[in-house]
Design a binder for this molecule. Structure first.
Ligand code: TXA
Ligand code: MG
Length: 409
């Protein structure tokens, strides 16, 4: 597209050219779409530029960033800066990419998979990218928009998710604008992200290899690759009884949290126990009035009679505001102190994510952000089973990090 005469002078081409120029010549990061979430990119070879990311995000700098490349050739140039080009890089004898990664690269790149590689001694990467680790994480995004930007900038881009630190990751340009307006100059708007959760981070340098962060590529898909049959889970999020410190430094921080309190229900929880929990929350509340949000996935809609073939992952604030409160939650509750009944709910906003795991992942962060923008105080979320070997592990991982309470009813 970029090479095509007809693209010249189009607004899209001008936007990409401007973004690439900003990346090359300034220290202000540029937000850009990827298939997972929006990234906040900077030239990974310049310290000042990378520091600009930490500044804009207000992110702790002990958390290393993922490097994004447009080609295997660009990756080989990071691994051996003295060579000019690497024909047929992945397959070639002189490839510097450890063989364990070859099947993953063949199968999942470009796509939502980040691999950990040794950082060469004479590395071109700014030290702020790796936070002084001896390794770096790298991926080739499948978004053509992202790869075009990297290609035109002709630099590997360090990019975390383009949210303010601790907020839900941005899956639309508006989310980036909301968090970073005034802190950055340019957002490339490529529409909503297709995957909706971040890339899977894997470490093939350890034996056995490990998943450091669940994400867009599922466990079962990984296990089908030679050398990855016995991949272990190297992260913990409360789903597993792992005592080790997290190996991906980013995994120890509170994350993905909207302003509202998030209460996560284990999959299969009955709406009656949800109602009980709501009643209890309200009785204990000094305020006595709440707007609440219900983010539902597979079962609640059925029980509540709301699942009339409706499947959607992108709801707007306006759409939600025209939706009726669910009667189930309109029951009067007794005031914990006086014992007198009071009706305390103002509105219940119903946010269905659909039931297939792809639409749940795609809509998750957007749901939390939309409900936040309406001003709900508590968001009740219907969890899903996370042992299917697919995107569900990433969905539940993000939810566990966003939630203040997890209910196993
Ligand atoms: O989908 C994604 O990966 C998005 C988009 C923008 O590409 N990026 C993203 O980056 O999620 P970030 O910075 O939010 O998350 C990077 C994760 C963190 O958990 C970090 O600790 C881990 O990758 N990581 C990066 N380099 C690492 C390394 N050398 N060793 C272990 N973990 C590393
Ligand atoms: Mg992030």
């Amino acid at each position: 597209w970029w090479a095509d005469e007809r693209s010249r002078g189009t607004p899209e081409a001008a936007a990409v050219a401007k973004a690439a120029e900003t990346l090359r010549t300034t220290d202000v990061p540029v937000a850009f779409p990827t298939e997972t979430v929006y990234g906040l990119g900077a030239d990974a070879t310049r310290s000042d530029a990378v520091q600009g990311i930490y500044k804009a995000k207000q992110r702790p700098s002990d958390n290393p960033l993922i490097v994004h490349v447009d080609s295997l050739d660009m990756l080989q140039r990071i691994l051996n800066p003295s060579e000019e080009t690497y024909p047929d890089a992945a397959a070639s004898e002189q490839s510097l990419i450890p063989p364990i990664y070859q099947p993953l690269i063949a199968k999942f790149w470009p796509g939502p998979l980040t691999i950990i590689l040794p950082n060469p001694p004479n590395s071109v990467l700014a030290k702020e990218v790796t936070s002084n680790l001896s390794t770096f994480g790298v991926r080739m995004p499948s978004s053509p928009f992202a790869r075009l930007l990297i290609h035109v900038a002709d630099r590997p881009l360090a990019a975390p998710s383009a949210n303010a630190s601790t907020k839900p990751s941005p899956t639309a340009a508006q989310h980036v604008y909301h968090d970073l307006n005034g802190r950055i100059d340019l957002i490339l708007d490529g529409g909503p992200c297709g995957v909706g959760v971040e890339s899977t981070v894997v470490d093939g340098l350890s034996n056995p290899p490990a998943i450091l962060r669940p994400g867009g590529v599922g466990l079962e898909e990984l296990r089908q690759c030679p050398g990855w049959e016995n991949v272990v889970i190297g992260y913990h999020d409360g789903s597993l009884d792992v005592k080790e410190a997290p190996r991906a430094p980013g995994m120890k921080y509170r994350h993905y949290s909207p302003r509202a309190k998030v209460v996560l229900f284990e999959p299969g929880s009955n709406p009656e126990s949800v109602a009980n929990r709501v009643r209890k929350d309200l009785q204990n509340s000094a305020v006595g009035a709440h707007n609440i949000g219900i983010v539902r996935t597979r079962n609640w809609g059925k029980y509540l009679g709301l699942n009339k073939g409706y499947e959607s992952s992108e709801r707007t604030r306006e759409e939600l505001e025209t939706k009726k409160a669910l009667d189930l939650f309109k029951m009067p509750v007794e005031d914990a102190c006086s014992g007198s009944p009071k009706t305390i709910l103002k509105e219940v906003y119903d946010y269905p994510l659909g039931s297939d795991v792809e639409s749940i992942a795609r809509g998750l962060f957007s749901a939390l952000r939309t409900l936040d923008s309406i001003g709900v105080e508590i968001i009740y979320v219907e969890g899903i089973a996370d042992d299917e070997g697919d995107l569900s592990a990433a969905v539940m991982n993000r939810l566990r990090k966003a939630a203040e309470a997890e209910i196993k009813a």
